[in-house]
Structure formats: structure tokens, C-alpha cells
Design a protein around this ligand. Structure first.
Ligand SMILES: Nc1nc2c(c(=O)[nH]1)N[C@H]1C(S)=C(S)[C@@H](COP(=O)(O)O)O[C@H]1N2
Ligand SMILES: [Mo]
Length: 311
């Protein structure tokens, strides 16, 4: 089992880590890290020193990344394609109150506030690996609840086969959306059995606290066995449907970003290898694991499918 039973109390507590950051600031240490290019440009071949280098063992287990790394190195094109500027640009983004509308093929559609969802489904901690399609990775202690719990309550009809997710569209708050180069709003989708899998989380928090704007607050999806772009942020709509949903990335580059997007070291991206990855905070690359290390829990979902074709 690789579901990550590490408890966040075993790792660098947030306050210790924050004081380390303050120390680094005072000492005039510049948090390095190279500005990396976007999903559709090139992979992450960087071996540069990241801000947390030295705080984690270079090899071995899955030690959660620091709060600082998790919240200052983000992919969130609604704000910017510059990973290290998302935090600043999202600083005033309002994550609460936040509503999600659930519609389509369900018996109990409706609008749900994240506050109510938190009360109803009592989020738990889930420490998951996150593997970006660009070949970098992190380990993140999410707070959240299985999407399956919410689906059980809204009751998909027997025709429902997919779940479609949509991010907020609000160019006045999300400056990246003023750029017409992407087909906003960001959309993603899962097959209903993938959505029902216990690993699939709706996340409402990080490191035991709230979910920061740059991490996808009010509420985001976390699908740890798929490339990071499936884990859509700032969700305002969830729709049950009988059609395979269109996704932002498969609209832009269908030959590079498929609907399934399962982490698979044997299927390379057309422009780079997916065999290894750079864990943020580590110096050397590590091997990428089939289904990001969650094969025991999810491989059965894809039995009989050609994973080369269904990338
Ligand atoms: N709405 C939205 N969701 C998104 C993205 C985005 O640009 N917009 N980027 C995706 C990508 S490519 C990755 S790797 C993860 C990154 O999540 P993190 O910044 O919390 O690490 O979010 C995903 N979810
Ligand atoms: Mo990504």
C-alpha cells in the first residue's frame, strides 16, 4: 500500500519552517529555483537549487514538501504561467465564501457552500504525491474528503458516466483570463468510477489549515494517480454527464494531453520522457512510478485498456 500514511506531525511543522524562511530572508538568501516554462513548452530538466533544498533527505521516502514550496511554486494559468508569481497575484483572491453548483444527471442537484461541505464531510488529512506532466513532483498534505461522499448524496442517475468540473471564470479577479490564448474556463473530467475511487479528493485545505488561493481555494480536485493538470482548482461547477467531458488541455493539444492522463513512466510525452521526475527540494531525479505509485488502488480501473492509446 502506498496511500501515504505519513502524518504531518512527523514532518517539519509549519511554524518551524516559517521561522526557517524568515531566517533565510534575514540572511539574505535568495530562494533560487529557475523560472520554468509552461506545460506546453518544455519539460522540467532543471537541477537548480530550490528554496527547500537541504531540508529533506536527498533520496528515500516521501517527505512532504514545505508549506512554502507548496504555496510558492504553482501552476495556475488563470493568474500567470510563471509558477513563482502565482502566490503574489492570487494574494487578494477571495476563497471564502465559496459555492459549488452540482447539476446534470443527478437526482439531487443544487448549490453547496464549501463551509457546509466541510461541516458535513469532516475533511481528513491525505498526504499525496503530485506529479506534474512537466516532470516535477511534490508531496502535499491535503485536507479534504472523498468526492465519492458528495456523489453518494447527490445521487447520479443510472445514465451518468462522467463527471465534469469547471473553474471560476472571473477575469477581474484572475488576470490570466484576460489573455485570450486559453479556452477559459478551465475544465476537467473523470470517468465516474475514477471519480468514485477513494483516492479522489475534494480538497479544502493544506497542512491542517485553509486551502490558499494559489493552491485552488475555495475547493479543488486532487487525483493523485493522474498528472497534476487533472487536479482542477477553484471549482464552481460539477456536472454529471453521459458524454466524455472536454478538457482545457486536450482542447489545446489533444496529442499531448489526453483525457486519462494517468501517470505512466512507460508512455512519454511527445516532447519529453516521463520516466523520471524532479522532486521539488531534491537534487537528483527519481524514477516516476506507474500510476504515481498508486497502482494497487487504481490499476483495476484500466484493465484491458491500451494505455498507449488512452494516454
Ligand atoms: N484551474 C486550474 N487548475 C489547475 C491548473 C490551472 O492552471 N488552472 N494547473 C494544473 C496543473 S498543470 C498542476 S501541476 C496543478 C498544480 O497544483 P499546485 O499548484 O497546487 O501544486 O494544478 C492543476 N490545476
Ligand atoms: Mo502540471
Amino acid at each position: 500500500m502506498n496511500t501515504q500514511k505519513i502524518n504531518s506531525s512527523e514532518i517539519t511543522p509549519k511554524n518551524v519552517y516559517l521561522s526557517r524562511r524568515d531566517f533565510m530572508r534575514t540572511a539574505g538568501v535568495i530562494a533560487g529555483g529557475v523560472a520554468l516554462v509552461a506545460c506546453n513548452v518544455s519539460p522540467d530538466k532543471s537541477t537548480s537549487i530550490d528554496s527547500a533544498a537541504g531540508t529533506q533527505p536527498p533520496t528515500g521516502g516521501d517527505v512532504p514538501n514545505t508549506f512554502e514550496d507548496i504555496t510558492n511554486y504553482n501552476n495556475y494559468y488563470e493568474f500567470t504561467t510563471d509558477k513563482q508569481r502565482v502566490a503574489t497575484l492570487a494574494k487578494d483572491f477571495k476563497t471564502s465564501p465559496w459555492d459549488v453548483e452540482i447539476s446534470g444527471m443527478v437526482s439531487n442537484p443544487g448549490k453547496f457552500s464549501v463551509d457546509d461541505l466541510i461541516k458535513k464531510y469532516s475533511p481528513e488529512e491525505r498526504i499525496y504525491r503530485l506529479r506534474c506532466v512537466e516532470a516535477w513532483s511534490m508531496v502535499i498534505p491535503w485536507m479534504g474528503f472523498p468526492l465519492a461522499k458528495l456523489l453518494a448524496d447527490v445521487q447520479p442517475t443510472s445514465d451518468a458516466r462522467y463527471v465534469r468540473f469547471e473553474t471560476l471564470f472571473d477575469p477581474s479577479e484572475m488576470p490570466g483570463q484576460k489573455q485570450g490564448s486559453y479556452p477559459w474556463p478551465y475544465q476537467e473530467g473523470l470517468r465516474i468510477d475514477e471519480a468514485m475511487n477513494d483516492l479522489t479528493l475534494l480538497s479544502t485545505g493544506l497542512y491542517g489549515g485553509e486551502l490558499p488561493a494559489q493552491s485552488g481555494g475555495g475547493v479543488r480536485l486532487v487525483v493523485p494517480w493522474k498528472y497534476g493538470f487533472k487536479s482542477i482548482k477553484a471549482i464552481v461547477k460539477i456536472e454529471l454527464t453521459d458524454q466524455q467531458p472536454t478538457t482545457l488541455w486536450s482542447t489545446i493539444a489533444p496529442n499531448e494531453y489526453g483525457f486519462y492522463a494517468n501517470v505512466n513512466p512507460l508512455v512519454d510525452h511527445p516532447r519529453w520522457s516521463q520516466a523520471t521526475e524532479r522532486r521539488i527540494g531534491e537534487f537528483s531525479r527519481r524514477d516516476t512510478l506507474m500510476f504515481n505509485g498508486y497502482a494497487d488502488q487504481v490499476a483495476h480501473l484500466y484493465e484491458g485498456m491500451d494505455l498507449n492509446r488512452n494516454y
